[in-house]
Design a protein around this ligand. Structure first.
Ligand code: HEC
Length: 114
């Protein structure tokens, strides 16, 4: 997988409307869970978000570059029936950039690895 650009990832995160549902801190719950500490955390790992049962079934998995790439390319294929079904990122470079951005968010703060 190509290494993404944090700067382009921040722009893609806004352009793809991720920001409409996801705050980039670790506390603000919108329609989706905040993603400021998602990178390297367990899937469905934010304590305050009511995840779908299908995503919660993947709690043994961590969000890495590989799992994020698979989820974002086709959320509903990775986790059938996920509440994020409509928000795929079809472009591989956009995904790599968004993943670099998510990693930078988690690196920038003290994140417990729940
Ligand atoms: C319409 C609202 C919406 C949009 C737009 C959206 N998401 Fe989501 N996202 C969700 C919801 C809801 C969940 C939880 C899904 C579930 O419980 O099945 C989620 C889950 C996630 C997760 C897993 C979080 C965790 O704690 O396990 C990541 C990562 C994520 N989204 C990234 C993105 C990115 C990147 C984009 C932009 C391309 C995006 N989302 C666009 C609503 C959205």
């Amino acid at each position: 997988m190509d290494i993404g650009s944090v700067e382009k990832g921040a722009a893609a995160f806004a352009a793809a409307s991720c920001v409409a549902c996801h705050a980039v801190d670790d506390t603000t719950v919108r329609n989706g869970p905040p993603v400021g500490c998602t990178y390297e955390r367990a899937v469905a790992g934010h304590p305050d978000f009511p995840y779908s049962a299908t995503l919660a079934d993947n709690r043994e998995t961590r969000w890495t570059a590989e799992s994020l790439d698979a989820f974002l390319s086709e959320p509903d294929a990775w986790s059938g029936g996920t509440a994020m079904a409509g928000a795929a990122v079809p472009d591989q470079q956009d995904r790599a950039d968004i993943i670099a951005y998510l990693a930078s968010l988690a690196l920038a703060r003290e994140c417990s690895r729940r």
